[in-house]
Design a protein. Structure first.
Ligand code: ATP
Ligand code: ATP
Ligand code: MG
Ligand code: MG
Lengths: 263, 283, 232, 283
């Protein structure tokens, strides 16, 4: 099953550590600046530096290595494919020649540099984003986004979506299991089995959507009896501590040093 | 009377007549239970008296004034409604934010909001869960959090739809004790629905029995449970100890003065029966 | 199909943010208007968002390759709430996916919002409306919408990569586009077909079981009854 | 033994240890109740023994063979699982189509499917609802339809997760009678979870008490309810009449030979106490 492990991110962001105690706004600002640098600046040293720092930070607060690895794998695999495509197709100075069964394939330096850049950018930005999400609960992130002037409606819907994702997830999985028990997902290697599995999937989706609709009605009623007037996040309940300037400034200095060293 | 419904009718879009001339009156400060089988109309009645559904005919009065004259804010400062499924009610990401939702909508200043949130969570016994995301709560904790969300609006009456459904005996007892505390200490009128008849004699000052959208019986638990036949017709039953008392009275000619409703009353009944038998022989 | 962080050079990443934001503004305006009419619209969007996100997590086996794929859900959202509002849901899904699964990214959010959110929604919605005008049944129209929607995302993304990927300036845009287009064909074509099948199946299921929902959302006409199958 | 779980462990992704070395054995043909408070792991245990979740450690045997050796079809011909919420289980638009879902997937021919659907609906007492859309059923009818869907696969054992939850007393009694009928007449082994202790003595041949993912007590109802303290520790309680018996015995020194668990037993207890008092005085 895909999803359940994905949602584990949230459980980890609840753990208490240096980064989770940090103000979400600090983390968001820092992440945006870092991402900007990683994507905007040329070369690959800074990017790799960010990658290493982010991974080390995650390990330092005891985020399971397996989880980090499994999350990194797909984007890095994609990046590696791109890397090789570039090495072979970005023509320029020749780097090496592969001779596979008479078929000559040339690799090029230009492609190698470019491929490394792309790979390093992917690594750096993915690691940075992972650090952010593994250390910031979504609701804190939401309030940081409001503070950063992201339209409130988007954040409100985001938070509702996130909240009810867990509820619908449980319901949907139960329905899926009930279907399984009555052989709704038979061996899908056979055509007839596959057809049945598709049919069951469409039914499951329909049922989850109907649940969502009905729950929206009940939730709306529950909002009404608490005098709902159109605003869901009227007030940042958690008294924001003063923006932790010292964290922000010191991290920005680290980033600046990285940039200077690597460019 | 803090709440009154007079000859209320309600029909759903598909033609189901869920309420057919329902009459209730809830005196201030009491603990009132609405007893009814599945589909008898309990939830519909609650939605009508909280203004979520507009009755087809009939009138609702809150604290003596027709409900139509209230503004939303005024109304929901007076009445709180706790839904059966706490997941419907807890839509904010964390407990604290959810409890703050009502007070914020009442346009209270943030210090007052924070104070109310804290007080409400303490009343229901979960102040430590303030910053917990909802999806990490157990069912019983969710139930408490949803009650806190309503308490934070400082209502005069709280309406609860099957507050013990889905809870184990210990969890159900805790919620009922919480409601009794709110009723006795905070003087909040409680009006709750259930189909668990064993709860009624332990907690209710008054009972209404709803059946097919109409009030079949009303009165004290003793009055209501004396109408055994009508209860059974309404798909309900006697509390188990009352059933025992009834059998002993009818089939074994044991003399009892009134139907025992709680374990304490049943105990007294047995003791006095034994004593009487002793006295009969002593004479 | 999302563009990963790092695949777009800075100026294109910013450019797509700009392009997407115009339509986000339109989506926000639509939400505000519809919320005025019915306060329930916002909670409804939250729940529809959750349902669509759930749908996008469902693995579907692909028989030929032996792997599994997952639907995007965008066409479904577009059919249910309209193209621009559906784009907002798309943006939300993209943010969550970037954070929870390291899928997509923040710098490419603009580009992905444009392709998956906007182009996918517009194409699906347009196809669905067109199909209905042509008198196709709900299921078939939704199925076509699913296919066309995914294809639109696929074409737009290939174009975005062709123009914005580092190192593509040497090539002509046309050649680069064809490269990406062919490269993604083996995964994207079956996916589009799957998306069509499940979207069609889902819409016709809802039409049979709860036609009232489709009526409330304005997808089928008031008590026409034609789609309702065996409504009692 | 139709079902066995040996030292089963299960941990959820977030680290919750829901099952910690659970042992159960369900003899063929019996009516077995799994009693446990909220969060004790009942649902998880059911999902593990039906193969929906893979246990981290331990083994499950169905009819003596390890569950791993079964194909899906073989397995779900043997065991049926009825979920707590019938809405999770009824996916087809009409009752008939839903009940037919399993048999069709077993690739039976259409005459046989029709026969099974009819038989299953008759067994649960709703043959007249064959063509009704699910959406229009009451909760109790949905419950029956969901049981019919499982019955149509002709399983040897049916596992039910809190089959009476959410039903009113009359509805709950009907479902329990249906289960007894399936057990006695169709010889289907029943294994059901509940936290309603009052149900246990009326129906169960055997009881397992689950607490924090482990079996705390097992045996006949009489054996289990004699361990009052351990039950209370598991957030459960005695059946109400047993509680009455206990008080009379402890506080009032009434002589009783064994704890009454049902109303019938309590009645006998009272009668004999009264008689004994009479005899004592007569002597
Ligand atoms: N949205 C709806 N549309 C149509 N009919 C409805 C709707 N909600 C409830 N009903 C019907 O109205 C009647 C009363 O339902 P209601 O939910 O008020 O009963 P209840 O006493 O709360 O039952 P329960 O104990 O099962 O919660 C039932 O016959 C029910 O089927
Ligand atoms: N999907 C899940 N992810 C994480 N933890 C879970 C999940 N499902 C259940 N749990 C936890 O596992 C434990 C056992 O849960 P389970 O649902 O099996 O209990 P139960 O006995 O069925 O309770 P109830 O009477 O409330 O149905 C609980 O602590 C619960 O919080
Ligand atoms: Mg109800
Ligand atoms: Mg359970």
């Amino acid at each position: 099953m895909v999803g359940e492990a994905y949602l584990a991110v949230d459980a980890i962001a609840q753990k208490d550590n240096v980064f989770t105690r940090m103000d979400a706004r600090v983390k968001v600002i820092l992440s945006i600046v870092t991402l900007g640098a990683v994507i905007g600046l040329p070369g690959s040293r800074l990017q790799l530096g960010v990658f290493v720092l982010a991974i080390l930070s995650m390990l330092a607060v005891k985020i399971p290595f397996r989880l980090i690895f499994s999350r990194l794998l797909p984007p890095l695999a994609l990046g590696t494919v791109v890397f090789w495509v570039m090495v072979f197709f970005q023509e320029g100075r020749q780097m090496f020649i592969l001779d596979i069964a008479g078929l000559k394939l040339a690799g090029y330096w230009e492609g190698f540099y470019l491929g490394t850049t792309v790979l390093a950018r992917i690594a750096g930005s993915v690691a940075m984003l992972m650090l952010l999400s593994f250390t910031t609960p979504i609701h804190e992130l939401g309030y940081a986004l409001i503070w950063l002037r992201v339209p409130r409606v988007i954040v409100e819907i985001l938070l509702l979506t996130y909240r009810y994702l867990f509820v619908l997830w449980d319901e949907g999985m139960r329905i899926r299991q009930a279907q399984t028990l009555r052989l709704g997902y038979p061996a899908w290697r056979k055509i007839s089995g596959w057809k049945q599995a598709i049919r069951s999937t469409a039914t499951l989706m329909g049922m989850v959507f109907i649940r969502a609709y009905d729950r929206a009605e009940s939730t709306f009623s529950a909002m009404q009896v608490r005098a709902y007037n159109g605003n869901i996040t009227g007030y940042d309940f958690k008294n924001w501590s003063k923006l932790q300037t010292k964290y922000l400034v010191s991290s920005l200095i680290v980033l600046f040093v990285l940039v200077v060293v690597s460019v | 009377m803090i709440l009154e419904a007079q000859q209320v009718h309600y029909t759903y879009h598909d033609g189901t007549n869920a309420l057919q001339g329902t009459d209730i009156a809830i005196p201030k400060g009491q603990f009132v239970i609405l007893l009814g089988s599945n589909g008898s109309g309990k939830t519909t009645l609650f939605k009508v008296i909280t203004g979520l559904l507009k009755p087809g005919r009939g009138e609702i009065r809150v604290d003596g004034r027709p409900i139509k004259e209230y503004s939303k804010e005024e109304l929901y400062r007076k009445i709180g409604f706790v839904f059966q499924d706490p997941n419907d009610q807890l839509f904010a990401p964390t407990v604290g934010e959810d409890v703050a939702f009502g007070p914020v909508n009442l346009k209270l200043d943030s210090a007052e909001v924070a104070r109310r949130v804290k007080a409400a969570l303490e009343m229901v016994g979960i102040p430590h869960l303030l910053n917990k995301p909802i999806h990490y709560l157990s069912y019983g904790q969710k139930k408490r959090a949803s009650i806190a969300g309503v308490l934070a609006m400082k209502p005069e009456v709280i309406i609860l739809d099957e507050p013990t459904a889905g809870l184990d005996p210990a969890g159900a007892r805790e919620i009922m004790r919480l409601l009794v505390k709110l009723n006795k200490e905070e003087r909040i009128t409680i009006f709750m629905a259930t189909h668990d008849v064993d709860l009624v004699p332990l907690y209710a000052d008054r009972v209404f029995v709803l059946f097919k959208g109409g009030i079949l019986l009303a009165g004290t638990p003793q009055e209501v449970f004396n109408q055994k036949e009508r209860l059974r017709n309404a798909q309900l039953r006697l509390p188990r100890v009352a059933h025992l008392g009834e059998i002993l009275f009818k089939k074994d000619n044991l003399l009892i003065d009134k139907l025992p409703l709680t374990i304490g009353e049943a105990r007294r009944m047995v003791i006095s029966a034994v004593k009487r038998e002793g006295e009969r022989h002593a004479r | 199909m999302h563009i990963q962080d790092g695949f777009l050079v800075g100026k294109w990443a910013v450019g797509w943010y700009g392009a997407a934001s115009v339509f986000v503004a339109k989506g926000l305006y639509d939400i505000a208007e519809r919320s005025k009419k019915a306060l329930m619209f916002k909670p409804l969007l939250g729940l529809v968002g959750a349902a669509v996100f759930f749908i996008s997590l469902l693995p579907i086996p692909v028989p030929i390759t032996g792997t599994s794929s997952h639907p995007a859900g965008t066409p479904m959202a577009a059919i249910l709430v309209g193209p621009f509002v559906s784009m907002i849901l798309g943006v939300i899904a993209l943010i969550l996916q970037a954070l929870l699964f390291a899928h997509g990214g923040l710098t490419t959010l603009g580009a992905n919002a444009f392709s998956m959110g906007l182009m996918g929604s517009l194409a699906s919605y347009g196809m669905f409306r067109l199909g209905r005008k042509m008198g196709l049944s709900l299921g078939i129209a939704a199925c076509l919408a699913g296919i066309v929607g995914d294809l639109a995302v696929y074409v737009t993304t290939s174009l975005q990569l062709a123009t914005g990927m580092p190192g593509t300036h040497g090539m002509s845009v046309g050649k680069a586009f064809m490269t990406f287009f062919v490269l993604f064909m083996p995964t994207q074509l079956p996916l589009a077909l799957l998306e069509g099948l499940v979207t069609g199946g889902m819409v016709s299921y809802i039409a049979r079981v709860r036609p009232d929902i489709l009526r409330n959302l304005g997808i089928i006409k008031e008590s026409h009854g034609e789609e309702a199958g065996n409504e009692a």
